[in-house]
Write a protein that binds this ligand. Sequence first.
Ligand SMILES: [Cu+2]
Length: 132
Amino acid sequence: MRKIRTALLSATAFATLALVAGTGLAAWHAPAAAGETVKVELAEWTLGFTSLELDGGKVRFLVTNTGSAPHALALEGEAGGEEIRYSSRILRPGESAELEVELPAGSYVAYCPVGSHRSLGMEARIEAGRAY
Ligand SMILES: [Cu+2]
């Protein structure tokens, strides 16, 4: 039997997020010691990345909507027969949220679940645990 794990996290305003949001791809692969932190900027029609490698385990996504339409970040995948699903709430333009997830080693898809945004390009692949 499959277990479905879902987390719907409330948005948190980050006074400091604006300071780190512009650091881009280079900062994305953080040391895994205390869990990884990934900054994601959602806009029309991109997640800001198309593929991402993570160590896996506990990952914290700092999500900001830098676009002019509502967006959200959702993750889906399967690991060890367990279906993994997470989603932030829908963010209005300029809003930020923190999404803490537990990603066992495996392949995931990240996308925006709003309207047809996913098919417009707001989709990316995430590989977790490949670094070991
Ligand atoms: Cu969207």
